[in-house]
Design a protein around this ligand. Structure first.
Ligand code: 13P
Length: 251
Protein backbone atom coordinates (compact mmCIF):
# COMPACT_ATOMS: atom_id res chain seq x y z
CA UNK A 1 0.00 0.00 0.00
CA UNK A 2 1.24 3.47 -0.86
CA UNK A 3 2.04 5.80 2.01
CA UNK A 4 -0.48 8.58 2.60
CA UNK A 5 1.18 11.99 2.50
CA UNK A 6 0.21 15.63 2.85
CA UNK A 7 3.03 17.93 1.72
CA UNK A 8 3.14 21.72 1.72
CA UNK A 9 4.91 23.66 -1.01
CA UNK A 10 5.53 27.15 0.31
CA UNK A 11 6.86 28.41 -3.05
CA UNK A 12 8.49 31.89 -2.80
CA UNK A 13 6.62 32.94 0.34
CA UNK A 14 7.65 33.92 3.90
CA UNK A 15 10.88 35.54 5.01
CA UNK A 16 13.14 33.52 7.30
CA UNK A 17 11.49 34.60 10.56
CA UNK A 18 7.98 34.07 9.22
CA UNK A 19 8.98 30.68 7.82
CA UNK A 20 10.50 29.48 11.09
CA UNK A 21 7.35 30.58 12.95
CA UNK A 22 5.08 28.80 10.45
CA UNK A 23 7.13 25.60 10.64
CA UNK A 24 7.04 25.72 14.45
CA UNK A 25 3.29 26.25 14.28
CA UNK A 26 2.79 23.16 12.12
CA UNK A 27 5.21 21.13 14.23
CA UNK A 28 3.37 22.12 17.44
CA UNK A 29 0.01 21.31 15.91
CA UNK A 30 1.29 17.81 15.04
CA UNK A 31 2.45 17.13 18.61
CA UNK A 32 -0.10 15.23 20.60
CA UNK A 33 -2.13 14.53 17.48
CA UNK A 34 -1.80 11.23 15.66
CA UNK A 35 -1.84 12.17 11.98
CA UNK A 36 -3.04 9.37 9.70
CA UNK A 37 -0.51 10.39 7.07
CA UNK A 38 3.07 11.58 6.71
CA UNK A 39 3.32 15.36 6.79
CA UNK A 40 6.03 17.26 4.91
CA UNK A 41 6.83 20.91 4.25
CA UNK A 42 8.94 22.05 1.29
CA UNK A 43 10.40 25.48 1.96
CA UNK A 44 12.81 28.01 0.42
CA UNK A 45 16.51 27.05 0.50
CA UNK A 46 17.32 29.94 2.85
CA UNK A 47 14.98 28.50 5.50
CA UNK A 48 16.06 24.86 5.50
CA UNK A 49 18.78 24.76 8.18
CA UNK A 50 16.90 27.05 10.57
CA UNK A 51 13.67 25.10 10.22
CA UNK A 52 15.46 21.79 10.62
CA UNK A 53 16.69 23.06 13.99
CA UNK A 54 13.18 23.78 15.32
CA UNK A 55 11.09 20.85 14.04
CA UNK A 56 10.96 17.15 14.85
CA UNK A 57 11.33 15.39 11.54
CA UNK A 58 9.64 12.32 13.00
CA UNK A 59 6.51 14.48 13.01
CA UNK A 60 7.17 16.80 10.11
CA UNK A 61 9.44 16.00 7.17
CA UNK A 62 11.45 18.79 5.61
CA UNK A 63 12.18 19.35 1.94
CA UNK A 64 13.49 21.84 -0.60
CA UNK A 65 11.53 23.08 -3.60
CA UNK A 66 14.23 22.44 -6.19
CA UNK A 67 17.90 21.52 -6.59
CA UNK A 68 20.55 21.95 -9.25
CA UNK A 69 21.08 19.58 -12.18
CA UNK A 70 24.84 19.71 -11.56
CA UNK A 71 26.87 18.17 -8.78
CA UNK A 72 29.02 21.19 -7.84
CA UNK A 73 31.23 23.85 -9.34
CA UNK A 74 30.96 27.13 -11.24
CA UNK A 75 27.17 27.47 -11.39
CA UNK A 76 26.56 30.79 -9.69
CA UNK A 77 23.36 30.94 -7.71
CA UNK A 78 22.55 27.24 -7.91
CA UNK A 79 21.97 24.99 -4.88
CA UNK A 80 23.06 21.38 -5.18
CA UNK A 81 21.30 18.26 -3.91
CA UNK A 82 24.24 17.66 -1.61
CA UNK A 83 23.86 21.16 -0.10
CA UNK A 84 20.15 20.52 0.45
CA UNK A 85 20.87 17.20 2.14
CA UNK A 86 23.51 18.83 4.36
CA UNK A 87 20.81 21.06 5.93
CA UNK A 88 18.98 18.01 7.22
CA UNK A 89 16.26 18.12 4.55
CA UNK A 90 14.99 14.73 3.39
CA UNK A 91 12.84 15.65 0.37
CA UNK A 92 13.04 17.78 -2.73
CA UNK A 93 10.26 18.86 -5.07
CA UNK A 94 11.37 18.45 -8.68
CA UNK A 95 9.71 19.39 -11.96
CA UNK A 96 7.07 21.67 -10.52
CA UNK A 97 5.10 23.26 -13.37
CA UNK A 98 6.29 26.71 -12.26
CA UNK A 99 9.90 25.51 -12.75
CA UNK A 100 9.03 23.98 -16.13
CA UNK A 101 7.09 27.07 -17.26
CA UNK A 102 9.18 29.99 -15.95
CA UNK A 103 12.66 28.45 -15.76
CA UNK A 104 12.63 26.18 -18.79
CA UNK A 105 13.08 22.88 -17.00
CA UNK A 106 12.90 19.89 -19.32
CA UNK A 107 12.82 16.15 -18.85
CA UNK A 108 16.54 16.10 -19.70
CA UNK A 109 17.53 18.43 -16.85
CA UNK A 110 15.01 16.80 -14.53
CA UNK A 111 16.60 13.38 -15.10
CA UNK A 112 19.87 14.83 -13.81
CA UNK A 113 18.17 16.41 -10.81
CA UNK A 114 16.40 13.16 -9.90
CA UNK A 115 19.67 11.22 -10.13
CA UNK A 116 21.51 13.73 -7.94
CA UNK A 117 18.68 13.88 -5.41
CA UNK A 118 18.67 10.10 -5.08
CA UNK A 119 22.47 9.94 -4.90
CA UNK A 120 22.30 12.32 -1.94
CA UNK A 121 19.62 10.38 -0.12
CA UNK A 122 16.82 12.85 -0.86
CA UNK A 123 13.33 11.67 -1.78
CA UNK A 124 12.13 13.47 -4.92
CA UNK A 125 8.54 14.67 -5.00
CA UNK A 126 8.23 14.69 -8.77
CA UNK A 127 5.51 16.85 -10.32
CA UNK A 128 3.64 16.26 -13.55
CA UNK A 129 0.49 17.73 -15.03
CA UNK A 130 -1.13 19.14 -18.14
CA UNK A 131 -2.01 22.73 -19.03
CA UNK A 132 -5.59 23.81 -19.70
CA UNK A 133 -5.31 23.53 -23.48
CA UNK A 134 -4.19 19.91 -23.17
CA UNK A 135 -7.04 19.16 -20.77
CA UNK A 136 -9.51 20.68 -23.23
CA UNK A 137 -8.14 19.09 -26.38
CA UNK A 138 -8.15 15.67 -24.73
CA UNK A 139 -4.38 15.01 -24.87
CA UNK A 140 -3.87 15.21 -21.08
CA UNK A 141 -3.37 11.48 -20.49
CA UNK A 142 -0.67 11.33 -23.18
CA UNK A 143 1.01 14.51 -21.93
CA UNK A 144 1.39 13.12 -18.43
CA UNK A 145 2.46 9.72 -19.77
CA UNK A 146 5.25 11.43 -21.67
CA UNK A 147 6.30 13.48 -18.62
CA UNK A 148 6.55 10.36 -16.44
CA UNK A 149 8.26 8.19 -19.06
CA UNK A 150 10.77 10.74 -20.32
CA UNK A 151 12.09 11.83 -16.91
CA UNK A 152 11.67 8.75 -14.72
CA UNK A 153 11.47 5.50 -16.68
CA UNK A 154 15.24 5.37 -17.03
CA UNK A 155 15.35 4.54 -13.30
CA UNK A 156 15.80 1.05 -11.91
CA UNK A 157 12.75 -0.38 -10.13
CA UNK A 158 14.60 0.12 -6.84
CA UNK A 159 15.20 3.81 -7.49
CA UNK A 160 11.73 4.37 -8.91
CA UNK A 161 10.41 2.94 -5.66
CA UNK A 162 11.94 5.92 -3.83
CA UNK A 163 10.00 8.55 -5.79
CA UNK A 164 6.83 10.33 -4.69
CA UNK A 165 4.71 11.59 -7.60
CA UNK A 166 2.47 14.64 -7.56
CA UNK A 167 -0.16 15.14 -10.23
CA UNK A 168 -0.79 18.85 -10.49
CA UNK A 169 -3.01 19.98 -13.36
CA UNK A 170 -1.56 23.40 -14.18
CA UNK A 171 -5.04 24.88 -14.66
CA UNK A 172 -5.87 24.05 -11.05
CA UNK A 173 -2.76 25.58 -9.45
CA UNK A 174 -3.49 28.76 -7.53
CA UNK A 175 -6.70 29.27 -9.51
CA UNK A 176 -9.24 28.07 -6.96
CA UNK A 177 -10.39 25.67 -9.68
CA UNK A 178 -9.77 22.18 -8.27
CA UNK A 179 -9.87 19.09 -10.45
CA UNK A 180 -12.92 17.07 -9.51
CA UNK A 181 -12.25 13.95 -7.48
CA UNK A 182 -13.18 11.90 -10.56
CA UNK A 183 -10.77 13.83 -12.79
CA UNK A 184 -7.99 13.27 -10.25
CA UNK A 185 -8.85 9.58 -9.90
CA UNK A 186 -8.83 9.07 -13.68
CA UNK A 187 -5.33 10.52 -13.97
CA UNK A 188 -3.94 8.83 -10.87
CA UNK A 189 -5.20 5.44 -12.06
CA UNK A 190 -3.65 6.14 -15.47
CA UNK A 191 -0.29 6.96 -13.87
CA UNK A 192 -0.41 3.88 -11.64
CA UNK A 193 -1.18 1.78 -14.70
CA UNK A 194 1.90 3.14 -16.50
CA UNK A 195 4.07 2.30 -13.50
CA UNK A 196 2.58 -1.20 -13.26
CA UNK A 197 3.26 -1.85 -16.94
CA UNK A 198 6.88 -0.73 -16.59
CA UNK A 199 7.87 -1.88 -13.08
CA UNK A 200 5.17 -4.31 -12.00
CA UNK A 201 2.06 -4.05 -9.87
CA UNK A 202 3.76 -4.02 -6.49
CA UNK A 203 6.01 -1.03 -7.35
CA UNK A 204 2.91 0.72 -8.69
CA UNK A 205 0.82 -0.08 -5.61
CA UNK A 206 3.56 1.22 -3.32
CA UNK A 207 4.07 4.51 -5.16
CA UNK A 208 2.47 7.51 -3.44
CA UNK A 209 0.69 9.67 -6.01
CA UNK A 210 -0.35 13.03 -4.57
CA UNK A 211 -2.84 15.49 -6.03
CA UNK A 212 -2.04 19.21 -6.15
CA UNK A 213 -4.00 22.22 -7.32
CA UNK A 214 -6.29 24.35 -5.13
CA UNK A 215 -6.54 21.58 -2.54
CA UNK A 216 -8.25 22.99 0.57
CA UNK A 217 -9.69 21.68 3.87
CA UNK A 218 -13.10 21.80 2.19
CA UNK A 219 -12.27 19.54 -0.77
CA UNK A 220 -9.38 17.40 0.56
CA UNK A 221 -11.48 14.60 2.06
CA UNK A 222 -13.35 14.00 -1.20
CA UNK A 223 -10.11 13.91 -3.21
CA UNK A 224 -8.30 11.68 -0.68
CA UNK A 225 -11.22 9.25 -0.61
CA UNK A 226 -10.40 8.22 -4.18
CA UNK A 227 -8.63 4.90 -4.49
CA UNK A 228 -5.54 6.16 -6.29
CA UNK A 229 -5.17 9.55 -4.58
CA UNK A 230 -2.59 9.04 -1.84
CA UNK A 231 -2.56 12.59 -0.52
CA UNK A 232 -1.92 16.16 -1.55
CA UNK A 233 0.75 18.69 -2.50
CA UNK A 234 -0.55 21.93 -1.10
CA UNK A 235 0.42 25.45 -2.15
CA UNK A 236 -1.59 28.39 -0.80
CA UNK A 237 -3.34 26.46 1.95
CA UNK A 238 0.01 25.31 3.39
CA UNK A 239 0.89 28.88 4.41
CA UNK A 240 -1.56 28.86 7.29
CA UNK A 241 -1.31 26.37 10.16
CA UNK A 242 -5.05 25.92 10.51
CA UNK A 243 -5.82 25.36 6.85
CA UNK A 244 -2.81 23.04 6.38
CA UNK A 245 -3.84 21.04 9.44
CA UNK A 246 -7.39 20.96 8.11
CA UNK A 247 -6.05 19.10 5.08
CA UNK A 248 -3.87 16.78 7.21
CA UNK A 249 -7.00 15.91 9.21
CA UNK A 250 -8.87 14.99 6.02
CA UNK A 251 -7.14 11.58 6.35
P1 13P B 1 -2.17 25.69 -4.81
O1 13P B 1 -2.55 24.74 -3.71
O2 13P B 1 -1.88 27.08 -4.32
O3 13P B 1 -3.13 25.65 -5.95
O4 13P B 1 -0.76 25.19 -5.39
C1 13P B 1 -0.60 23.86 -5.70
C2 13P B 1 0.84 23.62 -5.99
O5 13P B 1 1.38 24.10 -6.96
C3 13P B 1 1.60 22.81 -5.03
O6 13P B 1 2.85 22.46 -5.54
Amino acid sequence: MAKKIVAGNWKMNTNLQEGVALAEGVNNALKGFKANCDVIIAVPFTHLASINAVIDQNLLGLGAENCADKKSGAYTGEVSASMVASTGAKYVILGHSERRQYYGETSETLKEKVALALANGLTPIFCIGEVLEQRENGTYLDVVKDQVESALFNLSAEDFGKIILAYEPVWAIGTGKTATADQAQEMHAHIRGLIAAKYGQSVADNCSILYGGSCKPTNAAELFAKKDVDGGLIGGASLDVESFMGIVKAF
